[in-house]
Design a protein around this ligand. Structure first.
Ligand SMILES: Cc1ncc(COP(=O)(O)O)c(C=O)c1O
Length: 418
């Protein structure tokens, strides 16, 4: 089963080194046309293109809060900047634990924390969409609280035959380079409430920073990822660096595929957050979303997910969130949870399986958010125990089989002392 060439944990879905040429010479598309496109294809009532998903969180929270109602309920298992955006917008983050292993925000915990000061609930979709969203909507309605769906990693998935995000007060999506609609940077806000949408639009004139320098840095990062994950470079170089630096902290490689930055609390938007979106970026989103609609990627990811699920379910030591194949989840990776995660992770890397932990943190336990601390046991567990196995469409069935076999060997070898 030794494979000379192994496949990396992650690939950029859609990126060409000629991307900058499009910036200068490509056709452009305006907001109105892009909105009509999303309305027609996805039934998004009102939409607004943004430079990032996280900016959508900021705009949504800012539009929802007032002096009496400023609490925003959210899952702590997310990127640090989501929490920062709530704070920057003037909201107070209220962490609510997730269920395990679905890692969907817990209905019971929402019920406990919601009160008359709550202005919004951020519901984050993960590999699987949150099945309890309808229950949370009922609780929210009782308190006149709005829902913000964070669909950063769930664009194009469907709940009951409706595109995710089309049915809530506000939804936000990410099209950054590591997502399956991979533009250099980009996001989308969708809103079903016309008045709220007008309010959100009224903030847009504050976003004036020209994006070109920022796009250039994103382009360089994308190029790095592309090169370090290409077959030859990955096998001759990157995988060995990953292997030899397993126990060290070589930032350059650790950060290569991460989209979350430093552990830093911010309470005012930075320059990076204030950039506007060009018509070129809109065109890129338009082209890539149109392509996505013609591709079979989601189906392949789900089949790969199911294959892991069928073959790993017999290992009682690992915990799996089982999905139904006919539910149109995003399934960007296949997460497994194991109490001695770091040992298994090391074994997989040393045995030629490039897998990853996760860049989401348990934000409720971070020192920077000490002021909002809550004990969220399941979120902390998810953070400490997760390993993500690749399912991306070009990842071969052979590599999936190898991951499964190596995991089985680990548990066979260690059975006596686990
Ligand atoms: C759950 C979640 N929310 C928000 C974001 C931020 O997306 P963006 O980089 O477009 O701001 C991400 C990015 O990975 C995410 O995973």
């Amino acid at each position: 089963m030794k494979k000379i060439f192994i496949e990396p944990r992650q690939k950029i879905y859609d990126f060409s080194i000629f991307e900058p040429l499009k910036i200068f010479f490509g056709e452009k598309i305006n907001e109105k046309k892009l909105s009509s496109f999303f309305k027609e294809k996805f039934k998004f009532r009102n939409s607004l293109t943004l430079s990032h998903n996280r900016l959508g969180i900021y705009l949504a929270v800012r539009a929802l809060i007032n002096a009496n109602k400023n609490e925003i309920i959210l899952s702590p298992y997310t990127i640090i900047d989501v929490v920062n955006m709530v704070i920057c917008a003037g909201g107070k983050p209220v962490f609510v634990d997730v269920d395990f292993p679905s890692i969907a925000i817990s209905t019971n915990e929402v019920n406990k924390k919601i009160n008359n000061n709550t202005a919004g609930i951020i519901v984050t979709h993960y590999q699987s969409y949150c099945k309890n969203l309808p229950e949370i909507k009922i609780i929210a309605q009782k308190y006149n609280v709005k829902i913000i769906e964070d669909c950063a990693i769930a664009f194009g998935t469907k709940i009951n035959n409706k595109f995710v995000g089309s049915d809530s007060d506000i939804s936000v999506f990410s099209f950054n380079i590591t997502k399956y609609i991979s533009t250099l940077t980009g996001g989308l806000l969708v809103c079903n409430d016309d008045n709220l949408f007008l309010k959100i639009n009224s903030y847009i004139s504050e976003f004036k920073i020209n994006p070109f320098l920022y796009l250039l840095t994103k382009y360089i990062k994308a190029l790095q990822i592309k090169i370090f994950t290409s077959k030859i470079v990955f096998n001759l170089f990157s995988r060995w660096v990953i292997k030899f630096t397993l126990d060290s902290n070589l930032k350059i490689f650790k950060n290569l595929v991460r989209t979350d930055g430093e552990k830093k609390l911010i309470n005012k938007l930075t320059r990076k957050h204030r950039i506007f979106v060009t018509n070129y970026q809109r065109k890129e989103i338009y082209i890539k979303v149109s392509k996505y609609l013609e591709k079979n990627d989601q189906k392949i990811r789900l089949e790969n997910y199911q294959f892991y699920q069928n073959n790993l379910s017999s290992i009682s030591k690992i915990i799996i969130h089982k999905l139904m194949i006919n539910d149109m989840n995003g399934a960007v990776s296949f997460p497994i949870f194991y109490s001695k995660r770091d040992r298994l992770y090391k074994f997989l890397i040393l045995n030629g399986c490039d897998v990853t932990k996760y860049f989401y943190r348990d934000c409720s336990a971070l020192e920077i958010f000490k002021k909002f601390n809550e004990s969220c046991i399941n979120s902390s567990r998810a953070c400490d125990e997760v390993i993500l196995l690749p399912v991306y469409p070009s990842y071969s069935r052979k590599s999936i089989e190898k991951n499964i076999e190596t995991i089985k060997i680990f548990f066979k070898n260690n059975n006596s002392n686990l």
